[in-house]
Design a protein around this ligand. Structure first.
Ligand code: ATP
Ligand code: AH0
Length: 360
């Protein structure tokens, strides 16, 4: 077993999650401490601007390099704050662009700098081999969900409510199907910031005070992503234009938030129709499980029970970071990261690279 530290900077841009995991990439041993280091408002703002700018960036712009350095230094601070020795770091970086159809996916972060600052080897670049082979490059965590869920009754659905939402379905025989369902906190956070001056809709307060707009929802329901069969994955901004065209901007802050919450749930219900068999339950992870308006909307939209992953003894705030520790061990052992059922990879595919620290 390797002692790993997984580091994930998700599409919500709220900060870096770090978690210590003992693992051989297939089995998960001891789970150690975890923490989240938030980004300061300036870094958050600069990262958000990079999402908009990414399609036009070449890669050598000084403002990009500055952002990459600050992001990487914050990751090194997270490793230091964990205060646990490790054999390997799993460094996802920050996705600023994801266009698998163009065989492009871009995670920023400086693995050489992180290896130097921490003195540890760093596994990174988890998505590009899959995208180069024609896969979606996402989601990557399903293989870890499957390892964690070994003893749970199947079929099982694990739903991650991050900036984008993704589902992992695990069949009775261990079969895996996983894909992004649609937008989740990303558009909600943007909306709360723009219309209410809040970084996110804490406890779903805005959404709970509003009503979903039927006409806007009906227009969004026609989006081709919902009916498209998996494999499929999303860029954080993929629904940006569709939301504007559906007329969301004409709604009040409350009704807009309620509509975005309802749309997230509608997307998950649409995803359920692509599953080979109904799951016994939906285990929900990611920050969105803390939004009671979203959890109520999901319970209303899905036929099966919807519960936070904590009912299974998992830690929904640590799961993605833990997963990148496990995936790092898989990189080190050359095990596949992606599969036909998760990203549409042509066959189980290894991926990732390892940056040793200086002098090793
Ligand atoms: N108390 C709360 N009430 C409402 N929403 C919350 C609450 N706590 C967290 N969130 C939401 O969860 C988001 C963070 O979720 P999470 O950390 O899972 O995202 P991420 O890791 O960036 O995403 P991804 O899975 O897309 O990589 C916040 O931006 C916010 O929208
Ligand atoms: C390209 C990219 O970074 N995608 C993220 C994003 O955030 C949630 C969803 O969209 C998921 O597909 C993926 O992250 C998780 C960690 C994954 O790959 O499993």
């Amino acid at each position: 077993m390797l002692r790993t530290i997984g580091l994930m900077s998700g599409t919500s841009l709220d900060g870096v999650d770090a978690a210590w995991v003992e693992t051989d990439g297939e089995r998960i041993g001891r789970l150690g401490p975890r923490l989240t280091l938030p980004y300061d408002p300036a870094l958050r703002r600069d990262l958000r601007a990079l999402l908009d700018a990414a399609p036009g960036l070449g890669g050598d712009e000084p403002e990009l390099a500055d952002c990459v350095r600050r992001l990487t230094e914050r990751h090194a601070e997270a490793v230091a704050a964990l205060g646990e020795p490790a054999d390997l770091i799993g460094f996802h970086g920050q996705t600023i662009l994801h266009r698998p159809a163009e065989r492009r996916t871009w995670q920023i972060g400086d693995a050489a700098l992180l290896a130097r600052l921490t003195g540890m080897p760093v596994a990174f670049d988890f998505r590009s081999a899959d995208v180069a082979a024609g896969g979606q490059g996402a989601p990557l965590v399903p293989v870890v969900h499957a390892a964690l869920a070994e003893a749970l009754p199947k079929p099982l659905a694990v739903l991650n409510l991050g900036g984008v939402a993704n589902v992992t379905w695990i069949g009775e025989d261990g079969a895996l199907l996983a894909f992004d369902t649609g937008p989740a906190n990303g558009p909600l956070d943007d909306w709360a910031q723009r219309r209410a001056g809040r970084p996110f809709d804490r406890d779903g307060a805005l959404a709970a005070a509003g009503r979903p707009d039927g006409a806007v929802l009906a227009r969004l329901l026609g989006h081709p992503y919902l009916a498209a069969p998996p494999p499929k994955s999303l860029d954080r901004l993929d629904f940006h234009r569709a939301l504007g065209a559906a007329g969301i901007e004409h709604l009040s802050a409350e009704d807009g938030a309620a509509t975005l919450v309802a749309f997230c749930a509608v997307c998950v219900a649409a995803a359920a129709r692509h599953l080979p068999a109904p799951p016994r339950q939906w285990l929900v992870t990611g920050g969105g499980r803390r939004n009671p308006a979203l959890m109520r909307a999901l319970a209303g939209a899905l036929a099966e029970p919807v519960r936070p992953v904590e009912v299974a003894g998992w830690d929904g705030d640590a799961l993605e970071a833990q997963a990148f520790g496990v995936l790092a061990a898989r990189v080190a052992r050359g095990l596949p990261l992606t599969f036909p059922g998760t990203t549409g990879a042509p066959r189980p595919l290894p991926g990732g690279r390892i940056q040793p620290p200086p002098g090793r």
